[in-house]
Design a protein around this ligand. Structure first.
Ligand code: FAD
Length: 374
């Protein structure tokens, strides 16, 4: 049987960042199996924003700042161009006191967040209608990247460093015996792995099931609508976070994200068609036209539906699985995995190789759930 030091299952942003950093760390034979083309899962549909609001712990807040630093120094740290739109993120807030408290909290860990009064908000972004909000928080340095450019930059560099990235190589099952994954089965044959990284996003629980594990991941609905700006387009618009996220996109477009948390709606990650429901499109249209009135002369250009991989507490499943010693989980990232996988890839590669991490990631550890036989 073929052998490999590490087999990564899934070629989205999570799998690709880990593959790059493992190869860079000299991890030996690193094989990544992707059932389709690289970057064809949910990462390709991501907003890929790198917001820097205060997080659950200081460690997690600093990771968000680290993602931004990676994007800013991408050519040196990774190689290539992530297509960074660093026009800032502007989050509307109920009042100045609230905005100041949140900005101060974020700044403690290196974010450059600052609170703006209602007047300052309009000075920064004159086209916004901030009705109903008394202030805002501005994250001036950050924004979003092009998800495809970023993933393919990681893929190119991982390959250059010797990682074997195999497209159209679905993993049918992983065999667990004696507390270890003994074989990873693909149509091209089985691989006997030293370690396995499960990075299949919303498909992770299906693969884990073949090893007798139950991952508490639900796949939940999110819609993305695209709008062309009118001819008198916006100059350097920031990402606007109000009722929904309005994200500047290539060639004078915006994308508007609409998830359904209340109530949470479950959808299949492989739908027969990925058409966005009409009510979602009506909502995104209403919000973009209300918050950016100039967009009443813009043009709706299509929408699709995709999903998040949600755990019960909306936090990822990260780290080695106590029940299967050579299986590392890196999934369940819900709507926040793009920036965190960019920030974490190097730490995770070290963790996978050395069996422990220097970061305190307690809230994210997979071991907080009982995964075997539930
Ligand atoms: C609409 C939307 C907006 C988002 N916005 C943001 C944002 O602004 N900022 C942010 O940080 N995060 C955001 N996220 C979250 C982020 O995009 C995801 O957390 C992240 O992309 C997940 O990456 P992944 O590699 O785990 O999953 P995926 O990209 O889904 O990759 C999993 C891969 O596994 C492959 N696979 C599945 N089954 C198998 C198998 N059996 N064998 C081999 N391969 C298999 C799939 O084909 C897929 O390519 C957003 C997500 C969505 C959906």
């Amino acid at each position: 049987m073929e052998t490999a030091d590490v087999v990564i299952i899934g070629g989205g942003i999570v799998g690709l960042t880990v593959a790059f950093h493992l190869a860079k760390a000299g991890a030996g034979k690193v094989v990544l199996c992707e059932r389709n083309a690289l970057g064809s899962g949910t990462s390709a549909l991501s907003g890929a924003m790198c917001g820097q609001q205060a997080e659950l712990t200081d460690t997690i807040s600093r990771l968000a700042v680290r993602a931004l630093e990676t994007y800013e120094n991408f050519a040196d740290r990774v190689g290539g161009n992530p297509g960074f739109f660093n026009h800032g993120i502007l989050g509307l807030a109920s009042n100045l006191e609230n905005a100041q408290a949140r900005a101060a909290d974020a700044r403690r860990n290196g974010s450059d967040a600052r609170a703006l009064t209602a007047d300052e908000t309009l000075t920064f972004f004159p086209e916004v209608n901030a009705e109903g909000f008394g202030a805002s928080i501005l994250y001036p340095r950050t924004g979003c990247v092009d998800a495809y450019h970023t993933m393919h930059a990681y893929a190119a560099q991982a390959r250059r460093l010797g990682a074997d990235l195999r497209e159209f190589t679905p993993v049918a099952r992983i065999d667990a015996q004696k507390g270890r994954i003994q074989a990873v089965h693909t149509p091209q044959g089985a691989i006997s792995p030293g370690r396995v990284v499960l990075a299949c996003g919303p498909w992770s629980h299906k693969v884990a099931h073949s090893a007798g594990l139950h991952l508490p991941i639900e796949t939940t609905q999110v819609g993305v609508s695209f709008y062309r700006q009118p001819p008198d387009f916006f100059e350097r618009p920031p990402v606007l976070s109000a009722e929904l996220a309005i994200i500047p996109w290539h060639n004078k477009h915006f994308r508007v994200l609409r998830d359904t948390r209340k109530p949470l709606v479950r959808v299949e990650p492989d739908p027969a068609d990925a058409v966005c429901p009409q009510w979602m499109v009506e909502h995104t249209t209403e919000v973009i036209q209300h918050r950016l009135p100039k967009m009443r002369r813009g043009r709706f250009q299509g929408a699709y539906q995709t999903c998040y991989d949600d755990t019960p507490d909306l936090r990822p499943l990260l780290g080695f699985v106590p029940e299967i010693e050579n299986l590392f989980l890196d999934c369940g990232w819900s709507g926040r995995g793009f920036k965190f996988s960019v920030a974490l890839g190097e730490y995770n590669a070290k963790w996978i190789l050395e069996g422990k991490t220097e970061l305190d990631l307690a809230p994210w550890l997979a071991s907080r759930f009982r995964l075997l036989g539930s």
